[in-house]
Write a protein that binds this ligand. Structure first.
Ligand code: DON
Length: 578
């Protein structure tokens, strides 16, 4: 198979010019919702899969083609990503899956976020002077939370799927066993993280050739240890991962290097079924991830604030729209710092944070003509940054099911530590706890008491897998990587569709903005006009253009047709319909 890569200004777009994948993408066609728009989404009528890696999209599409449902396809895609995209696809991390069934008229959330080990302590990342040591919370064995991915995916299949775990693992095992062709993105990622990965022999052996040289585009990449681990899971079920040889390998890795995860931690891990956060925006029902994610809460909160303004009239990415978005974002992130944490441990004022009345009160504090300095914004009263990667995929089927899944090992390649003999990377999710009140994590996010480290607690996340329904029907399936930018990226795709009428591909590709209260900075992608930036500066925003934010793999369903929008910010992404 020949792969040709085109470079467009500011974006890398990988284009398959020959081979099976061309057969996968249906020719885009015009319909009422895409006429006059700038970019054409991929279209399908019987199913759609959008992931950040074409091989995972292909695995998922195959499942749908064989009559499997969206949950079967999602679990298959997740395992395929664990092999083809080790920087974020994983079995050593955790995540969230939202499942919407039109037939049952229900949306459920599977929380398979990692948990702190039983021996974790509140001050485990503080040095002798009481300062938070980010080296330890990010790059050591202490950085790893108890992985939830295998249990979460198995739960999804068992409760909502139609195929077995064994069947869902087939493509992943084949990809690990027989290997796949290295893309420029895969090769570039490993080159960029050489220092972090070569620190550990177990990682060096997997990700670099025997002489230490790089895998280059076009090379075949085989993962024998990972293939063996996946085969054991296939044979013995999830017990293998949590109680069997895989657990023993992980715990031995911990014991050898001062990590905390014990056999008991592994055995006691369980994913949870949660009720998603529900909101309403201009007549659409928004379902998104509940705590231990802050994502859903703040997507809904920001939409509630913005609902009070004629956003569509102000126009897409106009200075006025961006100003109001930034002001709403600041207030939400201030609240995040104070109130959000794992609901199994702390009471999160969900009702208040997502109420229209609270949003109206916050709106009163917004000057529509001037930026409010973040230092004057404190968390309200709802009661009466590095190259990182997480990955999101969206899948829908012909039976009315939609799956929105985001999972992660936190940084690209997580902690950089491969479990010796098991072939998979450990997450460094413990850094998402607030190691010390007021000290920002890797994404500049500040937290406090609600997100302090406690044994068996889940660390706060920003991952926001989201499903929007219209008149009881699945309408939009979306979500993104991007650390603190996940929430605002997701928000913008929802607004681009609902407020600005963009088709899903344009909505996904459009330049994005982000404000997270602290630092008091309006981050923008390239693509905003200079006079828009000037107007924002004139009214008090500190505008900084930085690298692209997020990779929001999304689907929109309209009049029985499924439209897939893969984010051009990921060169390997692919939407494929049936
Ligand atoms: O759960 C979270 O919010 C973070 N661990 C996500 C990290 C992330 O998205 C990195 N990627 N771009």
């Amino acid at each position: 198979m020949k792969i040709k890569y085109l470079r467009l200004p500011g974006m890398k777009i990988g284009v398959m010019v020959a081979g099976a994948l061309l057969l996968l993408s249906q020719p885009a066609f015009s319909s009422a919702i895409i006429e006059g728009q700038r970019m054409n989404p991929v279209q399908g009528r019987e199913g759609m899969a959008v992931t950040s890696h074409f091989l995972a999209t292909q695995s998922a599409r195959e499942v749908l083609k064989n009559g499997g449902n969206a949950i079967d396809a999602a679990v298959t895609a997740a395992f395929s990503l664990a092999v083809t995209q080790p920087r974020s696809g994983n079995i050593g991390g955790g995540g969230f899956m939202l499942i919407s069934s039109e037939q049952k008229d229900e949306v459920v959330a599977i929380d398979y976020r990692e948990k702190a080990p039983g021996k974790a302590t509140v001050d485990m990342f503080l040095d002798k002077d009481g300062n938070a040591d980010s080296q330890v919370s990010r790059y050591s064995h202490l950085a790893a939370g108890v992985p939830g991915t295998v249990a979460g995916l198995a739960m999804a299949l068992q409760q909502y799927g139609t195929i077995s775990l064994k069947e869902a693992l087939v493509p992943a095992i084949k990809l690990a066993d027989e290997g796949f062709i290295v893309t420029p993105r895969f090769s570039d990622g490993l080159k960029a993280k050489e220092e972090m990965l070569k620190k550990w022999d177990s990682s060096k052996r997997i990700f670099y050739k025997a002489d230490g040289s790089y895998y280059e585009p076009g090379d075949l990449f085989i993962q024998n240890d990972l293939a063996a681990t996946l085969k054991r899971i296939s044979e013995n079920g999830i017990k293998e991962f949590y109680e069997g040889q895989t657990a023993e390998l992980l715990v031995a890795e911990m014991a050898k290097h001062g990590g905390l995860i014990s056999m008991d931690d592994m055995k006691n891990y369980s994913p949870g079924l949660r009720t998603p956060v529900h909101g309403n925006y201009r007549g659409y029902d928004i379902y998104s991830m509940s705590p231990p994610s802050s994502g859903g809460v703040h997507v809904v909160q920001i939409l509630n604030i913005l609902e009070g303004y004629p956003i569509s009239e102000y126009g897409h990415n106009s200075a006025q729209t961006i100003h109001l978005m930034a002001e709403a974002m600041k207030r939400a992130y201030a609240d995040r710092s104070m109130y959000l944490g794992d609901e199994d441990f702390v009471k999160v004022p969900l009702k208040g944070l997502t109420s229209k009345k609270y949003a109206a009160a916050l709106r009163e504090g917004i000057d529509t003509k001037k930026a409010t300095p973040s230092e004057t914004i404190a968390p309200g009263k709802p009661l009466p940054f590095e190259s990182n990667e997480t990955t999101h995929f969206s899948i829908v089927d012909k039976y009315g099911n939609a799956v929105s899944n985001t999972y992660t090992i936190n940084f690209s390649y997580g902690s950089g530590i491969v479990v010796e003999g098991a072939g998979f990377l450990l997450n460094n999710e413990m850094d998402d706890f607030s190691s010390k009140p007021g000290v920002p994590n890797a994404y500049g996010l500040i937290g406090g008491e609600a997100n302090k480290i406690e044994p068996n607690k889940r660390m706060l996340s920003s991952m926001s897998p989201t499903i929007v329904k219209q008149d009881g029907k699945n309408f939009l399936v979306t979500g993104s990587p991007g650390g603190s930018r996940i929430i605002t990226t997701t928000l913008q795709v929802i607004m681009n569709v609902i407020d600005h009428g963009l088709n899903i591909q344009s909505a996904v590709a459009a330049p994005r903005i982000h404000h997270q209260w602290l630092p008091d900075q309006l981050r923008v992608e390239e693509g905003l006009s200079p006079d828009t930036v000037k107007r924002l500066q004139d009214i008090g925003h500190d505008v900084k253009q930085k690298s692209a934010m997020g990779a929001i793999q999304s689907i929109m369903i309209k009049d029985g047709a499924m439209y897939g929008g893969a984010d051009p910010r990921r060169s390997t992404g692919l939407a494929a319909g049936l």
